[in-house]
Design a protein around this ligand. Sequence first.
Ligand code: SAH
Length: 354
Amino acid sequence: MTKLEELIIHRIQETGPISIATYMQECLLHPSLGFYNQKDVLGPDGSFITSPEISQMFGEILGLCLAQYWIDLNRPDRFALVEFGPGKATLMLDILRAGSSVKGFIEAAEIFLVEASSKLRSEQKTKLSKFNVNWIDDDLLIPKIPTLFIANEFFDALPVNQYQRKNNLWYEIQVGLKNNQLTLGLSHRPTTHPELEGRFSESMNGDIVEISNDAIRISKSIGEIINNQGGCALIIDYGDWHSLGSTLQALKSHKSKNIFDKPGKVDLTCHVDFEALAKNSGCAYSRLTTQGVFLERLGISDRANQLLKNSKPKNHKSIISAHRRLTHPDEMGTLFKVLGLYARNESSPAGLLN
Ligand code: SAH
């Protein structure tokens, strides 16, 4: 039993069952025992590997997409570049390197990072030491200037609440105890949530609905900033336009695990409900586009060819396999989606359709 599991069991013994969101929050972000505060969670040796960790091509394409948006905004001499959950800072470094080929872009950028893990924050500080970087909370207190947001595999890490429909009422699924072991159960009393109102018509008794209050709150803040200050957001994650059913899963060393297996040592994630992000943002949103199509539209194959031309033959295999992993439908090309948010009077970011 992990130390964190003991703490959670103790808490439930004292005060009763907790929501799945609270369980996820503890498992992922407990200040010392949470998953994101452990060593090497991201990358080939960690629990999972993300697109920027697979290849520099990913961040370069995103960087140029953001730089194009800045050009379309008539190159404001100040703008905020905000990244949610920057992990090992690889994506931000690739964005800044690619962006430096666009005159004036880097000079105009004020960088803000939203990062809850103190361990990852210090890694970001080291990696980005050449830049002036500010860490902010997800209340997004930034200057009133045009803002470009980026989030790769951030929203899937946000806690969700789960509700199950029974006798045409909604009950919350909670984490409780059975024989002093963590187990799932239903709340005794039915519950309500504004987001559940619209879910009756599409569900049946027994169905499970997931709602991430954090995702809704953050997308509202992003939308407000974009509408008031101008800018856009690129949100990349796995999930679909609309989610129904439980998508909560645990991952350890790239393998799927039970959600109660070694709390704090295992990643917990959910598929992103992009419709909830788009509609709650209150700003304009693009069509949801698969990562493979998006990257192809923005020229990832040209970039791969250029890298092949400039690299030694021994590196060719890894460039080709990274290109395949990022774009192929059997790999990350279809599972991962891209959503663009933008101001109502503007166009969607390059590579996405209005
Ligand atoms: N974007 C990076 C890392 C993805 S992992 C990449 O693509 O490689 C998820 C990231 O989000 C980690 O940096 C994690 O610490 C951070 N994170 C998770 N939950 C968070 C929260 N509630 N607030 C801020 N950051 C969070």
